[in-house]
Design a protein around this ligand. Structure first.
Ligand SMILES: Nc1nc2c(ncn2[C@@H]2O[C@H](COP(=O)(O)OP(=O)(O)OP(=O)(O)O)[C@@H](O)[C@H]2O)c(=O)[nH]1
Length: 339
């Protein structure tokens, strides 16, 4: 009986993920696997190597593991939390074989992500009436591309979408948004460069209401140099939107570039102080070997990652899902897991 119980316990998290994600091929899971190739090759490759070198789970093993996790941008606090829980779990389940630990690591990564915030990863979309989504973030992180991809996603779902060119500050920002609008087939509400972003938002909300649009996605300027100005501008924009539609904006999404590591964390902290960020979009996760940043963000900021950018194509913006993410990280080992 005891033995059987152990076998059930050993029906590892890897096996669970394998059953869930490989029995029926799901294009979203494949995207996570593909998009996380760089991280998998380095981070997971190093974990495999660690497991191969250590037969026993001892203190040195944990120390090396901590280093690997920190180098993958998981973030110091999250790493400490993770390894502390791992130590307990290894004791509790009486695990001595390092191979088994890999699956427990993946399980703990999901737990740490999912337990860390009461806010869900799902977008707050209104069942009826207009949903307003405000995008914030510094220039160059992929904000415009993400707005375009998200507009495409909503259109595919049959929703009517409108874009607001609220970045009136950066040269070319309005035109760039228009290019995306044309590509996706949605209209862009704009004014001349240099005009008041709050006035653009007012127009955009009026148009969205007049057209009975489902979703209004608003771009904003990403000036960070002066936090007080940033704060004032975002407050004003939000006030105008809220006055027209009580309860809006329904989401304030901060776009961060995963390849910038600690810089992204600093930006996130500044924006969090400037405005009430409801979710993060982490772009270019496919372009970094340090995909652990997803966990650092969740752990240090307690803001859910709502979307991740896993490539440059229109359908490369994916809803974030912790299990799919971990599957992407450990895909090779999970697929090899025995039946
Ligand atoms: N590989 C990859 N590239 C991305 C992703 N998201 C955006 N990019 C690319 O990043 C570059 C910058 O994106 P843009 O949307 O143009 O961003 P930007 O105009 O520099 O700045 P903002 O719009 O102000 O953020 C573009 O070449 C995008 O194709 C992603 O998830 N993966």
């Amino acid at each position: 009986m005891d033995h059987r119980k152990k076998e059930v316990n050993k029906m590892s998290f890897f096996k669970k993920l394998k059953d869930k994600f490989t029995t029926q091929s799901d294009s979203m899971t494949e995207k996570f696997k593909e998009g996380l190739t760089k991280t998998r090759d380095s981070f997971t490759g190093r974990i495999n190597d660690l497991v191969a070198r250590y037969r026993q789970v001892d203190e040195e093993f944990f120390e090396e593991l901590e280093e690997i996790l920190i180098q993958a941008d998981v973030g110091f606090d999250a790493v400490m939390k993770l390894t502390e829980e791992l130590r307990m779990e290894v004791k509790r389940r009486n695990i001595s074989d390092t191979k088994e630990v890999q699956s427990v690591i993946s399980e703990k990564l999901v737990e740490i992500y999912n337990n860390n915030s009461d806010r869900s990863s799902e977008l707050n979309i209104q069942a009826e009436g207009l949903t307003v989504i405000l995008f914030v973030g510094v220039n160059g992180v992929g904000k415009t591309t993400t707005i375009g991809k998200l507009a495409h996603k909503f259109k595919e779902e049959g929703k009517s979408v409108l874009l607001a060119a609220g970045d009136t500050f950066r040269a070319g920002a309005i035109e760039q948004l228009e290019v995306w609008g044309e590509r996706v087939g949605v209209d862009v509400i704009k004014q001349a460069a240099g005009s008041d972003p709050a006035a653009v938002m007012f127009d955009a909300v009026q148009s969205a209401k007049a057209r009975n649009a489902d979703i209004l996605i608003c771009d904003t300027a990403g000036r960070l140099q002066n936090k007080v100005n940033l704060m004032k501008e975002l407050e004003k924009v939000k006030r105008v939107i809220e006055r027209e539609i009580p309860g809006a904006p329904h989401e304030v999404l901060l776009v961060l570039d995963a390849t910038t590591g600690q810089n992204a964390m600093i930006q996130a902290k500044t924006f969090k102080e400037a405005t009430d960020v409801s979710g993060i979009v982490l772009t270019k996760l496919d372009g970094t070997a340090k995909g652990g940043i997803v966990l650092a963000i969740r752990n240090e900021l307690s803001i859910p990652v709502k979307f991740v950018g896993l490539g440059e194509k229109m359908d490369d913006l994916q809803d974030f899902d912790a299990e799919k993410y971990v599957y992407g990280l450990f895909a090779d080992a999970i697929e090899k897991e025995e039946e």
